[in-house]
Design a protein around this ligand. Structure first.
Ligand code: HEM
Length: 110
């Protein structure tokens, strides 16, 4: 289980890094549309950049929570089983609530 969690933490780390880069470049595609339009050979205009920027938020939040909460879990591992259980419960609850908040803010809040 821990081996799979370690793998998941690393896979989500690289996915998170990709999301961060995408968020930054698409953000520039909104604020510095001309430069990004030129370096993408006209593929990414301001509208496309905005769509990519908005679409990246939820995956970024998901991979960030996965990467950070798994590593916090490992920080607390090796203690008494009850501590591990309580930690897991708290981390899963925090992760779930934050993900629901991101989904609400991104797709439902008007
Ligand atoms: C945008 C934010 C972050 C990015 C892009 C990121 C990215 C990465 C990457 C690429 C790795 C290497 C994965 C590998 O070895 O294959 C890594 C490892 C690690 N990160 Fe992050 N990270 C971020 C935030 C954090 C935060 C906030 C924490 C604190 C809880 C954290 C804790 C760790 C730990 C403990 C490792 C080593 C894990 C291992 O050895 O398996 N990271 N991170």
């Amino acid at each position: 289980m821990n081996l799979w969690l370690k793998r998941l933490s690393r896979i989500s780390a690289w996915a998170l890094l990709a999301c961060v880069v995408l968020l930054v470049f698409s953000g520039w595609g909104i604020t510095h549309a001309g430069i990004i339009y030129n370096i993408t050979f006209g593929l990414v205009d301001k509208g496309t950049a905005n769509t990519i920027h908005n679409a990246t938020v939820l995956p970024l939040a998901f991979f960030f929570l996965l990467h950070v909460l798994i590593n916090i879990k490992f920080f607390f591992s090796g203690r008494r089983p009850v501590v591990a259980w309580v930690t897991n419960g708290i981390l899963i609850t925090i992760g779930g609530l934050l993900l629901v908040l991101v989904i609400y803010m991104e797709y439902f809040y008007r």
